[in-house]
Design a protein around this ligand. Structure first.
Ligand code: APR
Length: 246
């Protein structure tokens, strides 16, 4: 059975790389990126708001969209899936947690050193040089401006068409290359470069396990596809993995 095989592989692994996407936060009430638009925002496509061009064109609209998303995420709590990854990190010799999520639920659950490929919803950076801005250094305009340089302030996330933070991506690539087991959780495996990480791991000999209620481009190419919500499947997988190596 898939679960037993996946648990055996995980239990025997020394180095584990984990990649999470919006699906792991779905059961915390954070809508997945493509389901995110409700109410006032239903008529916008996220792909049309999360770009540097959109911010240049309509800075107020984009800032207000992020204010709405920040408020939504601030009310969310980590779920059993996030917590199972904290437990997993304690059970394996070496684990790297890579996330495409801009929420802070892994950190709230207790995960440390999360490689946040797409930045953080709660960070603020300056538009031109992308350096961080402290709350005390920003004006109350919408969007705010940096009091020191006058640059507009924007969310510290990676927008479509922008490059990922080089150091974070480098660390993620290294973790994928060195992994014995690569876990891909709650991601549509559609957005690069994150989508390539499990394939890269697989080429280097890692066992790839996917957890997702739906199929993705990775499903047919991984050793184990565990179909279901992360908050249900992940705790069971971790429990089985570390019961089976006693
Ligand atoms: N448990 C696990 N997976 C789930 C769950 C759940 N409870 N609910 C939904 N999913 C799966 C969906 O089947 C889908 O494959 O999570 C995935 C969510 O897909 P997306 O919304 O596309 O999110 P993600 O893959 O993280 O997107 C990657 O693209 O949109 C940009 O920058 C954004 O970081 C995001 C990136």
């Amino acid at each position: 059975m898939d679960l037993a095989g996946a648990a055996r592989a995980l239990g025997a692994a020394r180095r584990v790389a984990v990649l999470t996407g919006a699906g792991i936060s779905a059961e915390s009430g954070v809508p997945t990126f493509r389901d995110a638009q409700t109410g006032l925002w239903a008529r916008y496509r996220p792909e049309d708001l999360a770009t540097p061009q959109a911010f240049a064109r309509e800075p107020q609209l984009v800032w207000e969209w992020y204010t709405w998303r920040r408020e939504l995420v601030a009310r969310a709590q980590p779920n059993a899936g996030h917590r199972a990854l904290v437990e997993l990190a304690a059970c394996v010799q070496h684990m790297t947690l890579i996330s495409q999520n801009v929420d802070h639920l892994h950190e709230l659950a207790g995960s440390r050193d999360v490689l946040k490929l797409h930045g953080s919803l709660f960070a603020n950076i300056r538009e031109d040089d992308r350096l961080p801005v402290a709350d005390s250094d920003r004006t109350d305009d919408v969007p705010p401006r940096c009091r020191v340089t006058g640059q507009r302030v924007r969310p510290g996330v990676v927008w479509f068409g922008e490059s990922l933070p080089a150091d974070v991506l480098h660390a993620a690539l290294e973790a994928a290359r060195e992994a014995d087991v690569f876990l891909s959780i709650g991601t549509s495996s559609a957005v690069e470069p994150a989508a390539s990480l499990p394939f890269m791991a697989s080429q280097r000999g890692a066992t790839v396990i996917e957890i997702n209620p739906d199929t993705t481009p990775l499903t047919g190419r991984c050793e184990y596809s565990l179909r279901g919500p992360a908050a249900e499947v992940l705790p069971v997988l971790v429990r089985h993995a570390f019961a089976s190596v006693e």
